[in-house]
Ligand binder design. Structure first.
Ligand code: 4AD
Ligand code: MG
Length: 431
């Protein structure tokens, strides 16, 4: 037995492959069965007069869409076939029948979402899932090659970090104040005193009420935290990580990018040069000058504004020094300008929005307590976290990368939902 890819590499002679019927077309004399496995597709032909009666009947009646089959036959190059090879079948085994596979042509997005468990087999989803695997591998490799330890935080948490409005409460034996993780951060910072440089890839949960093409309620979050890191170091790690991810996909997934009809040139140019870096104030100026968009100082950047910004450049844009009021309590105040913080958002090209959020962390314990109180939080709930600033505090920082946002950008998807096998949103929790 061999994969379709291996059979095509062999190119001629006897082959045996196994997979699923991707498409079929039958006439009085011929059956054309396109078989798919995880590596490729290949057209297989049965000619009525050249095979035993039983084989012809199986080909006609039982080799239906998504039936699993083993094919024995002779392979040869054939320019007109979908993958430029063809197999003349000499024997066909039907392993698992499949009758009336529900997904036929021209189905609505909602129907395909209901049939997600079957839609995963589509060429589009298969291509995305392969790229997704490359992306996860690249993240692990990047951090490990840069001296980071993999570290894990709890997913049941007792404090919020990214704002109460997107917290999922859980019934934890009837106790109150138990939430699903929005981020690993508050449980990661204590560990930099042991490991210094750490990373994770884990699920994060956000009770997002927004029904946008960018928000999931459960997403995979790649996060790093590093002791002694400066604000610049954090931005450099983010840039390095994105370049590594995109570079790896360009190296390994040309076929998949082609299936997805991705404009590969745009991806290449996004990572060829240094990323654009600008402060929030500079963003306000450039949006005013170039797009006639006026933003009142102190307001957060909205999606439409980020999109306008992304249209001006072909690389991601690192926006720094946001007004303190729009950013999280843990971000470090700029020593030269206490109205802004050392936080940074990476805005993806081509209107894919914020893909990384990070910051240098505030080291002043009274600042943190004050800002927690301003947000209606009780600092006494955060005592374990505040201890990180009491015993040998060091300058440090980190970021979080939304893995599905990056996959959506790299694959050129219309919606983040296709970047994850079973998307969870406000409106969808099944299948
Ligand atoms: O900007 P966020 O909220 O930052 C944090 O959680 C920090 N504690 C990370 C850190 O410093 N360790 O989220 C980080 C990233 C965003 O930039 C975005 O890419 C992604 O997580 N993200 C989402 N992705 C999909 N669906 C959602 N609802 C998301 N919310 C955030
Ligand atoms: Mg953010």
């Amino acid at each position: 037995m061999m994969s379709i890819k291996e059979a095509m590499e062999q190119g001629t002679g006897q082959v045996s492959i196994r997979g699923w019927v991707h498409r079929e077309r039958k006439s009085n004399q011929f059956a054309f069965i396109i078989v798919r496995d995880s590596t490729n597709i290949i057209q297989c032909i049965v000619e009525k007069d050249k095979v035993p009666q039983r084989l012809w009947e199986d080909a006609i009646q039982r080799a239906t869409i998504e039936a699993s089959v083993i094919v024995h036959g002779t392979i040869r190059p054939e320019k007109r076939a979908p993958s430029e090879y063809e197999i003349d079948i000499t024997d066909l085994e039907i392993i698992g029948e499949s009758h009336e596979f529900p997904i036929t042509k021209d189905q609505s997005i909602e129907f395909l979402a209901d049939m997600r468990h079957l839609w995963l087999r589509s060429r589009k989803m298969t291509a995305i899932l392969k790229i997704r695997s490359t992306v996860f591998g690249a993240i692990h490799d990047y951090f490990r090659e840069n001296g980071f330890y993999e570290y894990h935080s709890p997913l049941f948490q007792s404090v919020q970090c990214e704002g109460g409005s997107t917290l999922f409460k859980v019934d934890y034996f009837g106790q109150k104040d138990v939430f699903l993780a929005q981020t690993w951060q508050l449980y990661a910072e204590p560990a930099i005193f042991a490991l210094e440089k750490i990373y994770t890839i884990a699920p994060s949960f956000r009770a997002e009420k927004s029904k946008t093409s960018r928000h999931l309620t459960e997403y995979w979050h790649a996060e790093m935290e590093a002791a002694w890191a400066t604000f610049d170091d954090i931005q450099n790690y983010g840039e390095g990580l994105l370049k590594c991810i995109v570079g790896r996909v360009l190296e390994k997934n040309q076929d998949e990018l082609r299936i997805l009809k991705r404009d590969i040139k745009k991806l290449e140019s996004a990572v060829k040069k240094s990323f654009v870096r600008m402060t929030y104030d500079e963003v306000l100026n450039i949006l005013k000058d170039k797009c006639k968009i006026e933003i009142e100082w102190g307001k957060d950047l909205r999606t439409i504004e980020e999109d306008e910004l992304s249209k001006m450049f072909d690389t991601p844009i690192i926006v720094t020094n946001y007004p303190k009021a729009v950013k999280a309590f843990y971000m470090k105040e700029d020593s030269k300008n206490p109205t802004v913080v050392h936080g940074c958002d990476f805005i993806a090209p081509e209107c894919y929005g914020e893909i990384i959020g990070g910051s240098e962390r505030e080291s002043d314990i009274t600042q943190i307590e004050k800002r927690l109180r301003e947000q209606g939080e009780d600092p006494n709930q955060y005592l374990f976290y505040l201890d990180t600033r009491k015993y040998g505090s060091v300058p440090h920082g980190g970021f979080g990368l939304g893995v599905e946002r990056v996959i959506a950008w790299v694959c050129g998807l219309d919606n983040i939902k296709d970047a994850i096998p079973f998307p969870r949103t406000m409106l969808r929790k099944t299948p």
